[in-house]
Design a protein around this ligand. Structure first.
Ligand code: ADP
Ligand code: DAR
Length: 342
């Protein structure tokens, strides 16, 4: 493998930290699953508009290619190699009374975590047989869900295009053919082994074998962030009684993308801020202060519509789940105050 051609306009963390020295140190290494440096960086090499540009094929990748992952993790999360991650999934520790009880600003709230099955390769390095085994084990774990969480699992294989497109349009299902995921092999054998679980009113959902092996999602209309978090925690604990998740004391919950390590949690609101949107400098001053990320309303790499934005916590590693949700909550309170002031 030769040093990749990385155009000077590339601003990803891959382009920043894959120096010729790091490349030479890593180019002949591979993990026990055979995952190579070339596979680790291929998404960022093929998609020069990546923000990060790297994915892990297994938990071991974070050690084998640490010379590249560590500076990326440090820059994205502010997290050092000597730091340890702490988890706190106790909703009692969250101070989050509904910041918009009249529903004037917050359209909907969604909190998701990524999880991967312990002792299995991650999506980029997994075989078809292993991925099918993950699907079967996760579906087994989903059968523990009771009460409002009870629901059904639908494999993507055999799902009608109409149903699939309707679920995606309504923000319930992952999109297909993501080029960033494709370049690292996360779409291999698609749609086999993939699917979606949800309860009857779609306030609780689980994506199986997309970017991570599980995306556990709680969501609802309005701004009752604490209720959404509480539902998610109840579900995580129920599934975890059957399925062991990949976790270590340094990196927390293990995910294929380094931006999701630690809590692997993204807590978001779709919020209408039409006045603030006219002054994006003021908008971004607030989101920077509260460590927030701005996305469009159809997920990552999409645009906002009608002054509605997807606002979520940016930090996921080195803070607890309660702190991640508190980051989002405190930032949303500040954004609503700024919108009101205008
Ligand atoms: P993820 O959050 O899983 O990393 P995306 O940002 O692509 O992935 O979002 C996945 C889907 O969830 C998209 O359809 C997006 O519109 C939807 N979504 C995210 N946050 C919210 C929210 N607060 N309310 C409703 N839908 C949401
Ligand atoms: N394609 C990656 C996305 C990074 C963060 N989002 C994830 N993991 N869905 C990029 O480098 O832009």
């Amino acid at each position: 493998m030769n040093y990749p051609k990385l155009p000077k306009e590339c601003t990803s963390l891959l382009c920043k930290y894959l120096t010729p020295q790091v490349f030479d140190a890593l180019k002949d290494k591979k993990t026990s699953n055979g995952f190579t440096l070339e596979q680790t960086i291929n998404s960022g090499v093929k998609n020069i508009d990546s923000g990060i540009g790297v994915y892990a094929g297994d938990e071991e990748s974070y050690m084998t290619f640490s010379a590249l992952f560590d500076p990326i993790i440090k820059e994205y999360h502010g997290f050092d190699t000597s730091d340890t991650h702490q988890s706190n999934l106790n909703p009692d520790d969250l101070n989050a009374p509904n910041p918009d009880p009249k529903g004037e600003y917050i359209v909907s709230t969604r909190i998701r975590v990524g999880r991967n099955v312990d002792a299995m390769p991650l999506g980029p390095a997994i075989s078809k047989e292993q991925r099918d085994e993950v699907e079967a084990r996760v579906v087994e774990g989903l059968s523990t869900l009771k009460g409002e969480l009870a629901g059904s699992y639908t494999p993507l294989l055999g799902m009608s295009k109409e149903v699939q497109e309707s679920l995606i349009k309504d923000h319930f299902l992952f999109k297909e053919g993501d080029r960033f995921l494709d370049a690292v092999g996360l779409n291999r054998n698609w749609p086999e082994g993939r699917g979606i679980y949800h309860n009857s009113d779609k306030t609780f959902l689980v994506w199986v074998n997309e970017e991570d092996q599980l995306r556990i999602i709680s969501m609802q209309q309005g701004g009752d962030i604490k209720e959404v978090f509480t539902r998610l925690v109840t579900a995580i604990k129920s599934i975890e009684s059957e399925v062991t998740f990949a976790y270590n004391d340094h990196l927390g919950y293990i995910t294929s993308c380094p931006t999701n390590l630690g809590t692997a949690m993204r807590a978001s609101v779709h919020i209408a801020l039409p006045k603030l949107a006219k002054d994006m400098d003021a908008f971004k001053t607030i989101t920077d202060k509260y460590h927030l990320q701005i996305r469009g309303i159809h997920g990552e790499h999409s645009q906002s519509e009608g002054g509605v934005y997807d606002i979520s916590n940016r930090r996921r590693l080195g803070i607890t789940e309660v702190e991640a949700v508190q980051d989002m909550y405190d930032g949303v309170v500040a954004l609503i105050e700024a919108e009101k002031a205008l």
